[in-house]
Design a protein around this ligand. Structure first.
Ligand code: ATP
Length: 242
């Protein structure tokens, strides 16, 4: 395991929906800087709940972190509002509603960075780089996002998150509903972003096979608990990751 301090440390958290339904129990995980960490598990295992606990979006589902702590760069961030978490440099690419469908590609990239605290000149440079990393978006820059394919929407959502120059990128189900070729392209770009920008990523995936190709470290969740963690080689031994 990496010898550096984790950028994100989730410590024995429990999440309650509507004050009564315990969705995750004593979950702990570390995300180290400059690494891609994957969180794997079947439908309903608790992956999205864990990401929402980190990003601050639990509140919109009448849920909260009732036990444990979430430390980002040493500072406690559990039960904060999403904008407070975003201001610290954590960006989320959600599972659904990834883009503003009635805005163009460029407007989407402009809009998400606008209240991030990142200066306009830096955002302009990042928008240019987004078109380099995802060249399929360049000819579509003036097209409404509602007309993009699923793969292009995922590229745009990742691009919009990057415009804020995040210190930690949270991605919920990169592969959902996409053809394997597109998923491979997206994963290749993610590795490039890690190498060139030093991006740190926590990626939630049901599709373990591809995610483990690019992961530095991973965790497997079942029924709201972490049941295994380790290197991709170790996780491939698990019965559900064959
Ligand atoms: P998926 O791949 O389907 O998103 P997941 O691993 O991300 O699955 P979660 O969506 O985090 O799993 O769900 C974990 C548990 O929390 C499930 O038992 C689910 O029923 C429960 N849960 C999720 N959202 C709510 C909600 N809004 N109210 C009550 N319970 C919820």
């Amino acid at each position: 395991m990496a010898s550096t301090e984790p950028l994100l440390r989730v410590e024995k958290i429990e999440v309650l929906y509507q004050k009564v339904i315990t969705a995750i129990h004593g979950v702990s995980l570390d995300v180290h800087p400059g690494q891609i960490t994957v969180l794997l598990g079947a439908n309903g295992a608790g992956k999205t709940t864990t990401l929402r606990a980190v990003s601050g979006f639990l509140g919109s589902d009448d849920a909260d972190v009732s036990e444990g702590r979430i430390l980002f760069d040493g500072e406690a961030i559990e039960n904060r509002q999403p904008h407070e978490v975003a201001a610290r440099g954590i960006a989320l690419v959600p599972e659904h509603n990834k883009v503003f469908e009635t805005l163009t590609v460029t407007e989407n990239l402009d809009a998400t960075g606008a209240d991030s605290g990142v200066g306009k000149a830096t955002r302009r440079q990042m928008i240019d780089r987004v078109f380099e990393y995802f060249p399929r978006l360049a000819p579509a820059r003036n097209r409404l996002a509602g007309y993009l394919s699923g793969g292009e929407r995922q590229m745009l959502a990742m691009g919009a998150a990057l415009v804020c120059s995040p210190r930690l990128l949270l991605v919920d189900e990169l592969s959902l509903g996409l053809a394997p070729r597109i998923v491979e392209d997206l994963m290749t770009q993610m590795v490039k972003l890690k190498k060139e920008l030093g991006l740190t990523v926590l990626l939630v995936e049901q599709s373990a096979h591809l995610a483990l190709e690019i992961a530095d470290h991973g965790y497997i969740m079942e029924n709201g608990r972490i049941v295994l963690d380790g290197t991709p080689e170790r996780l491939r031994q698990h019965k559900d990751v064959q």
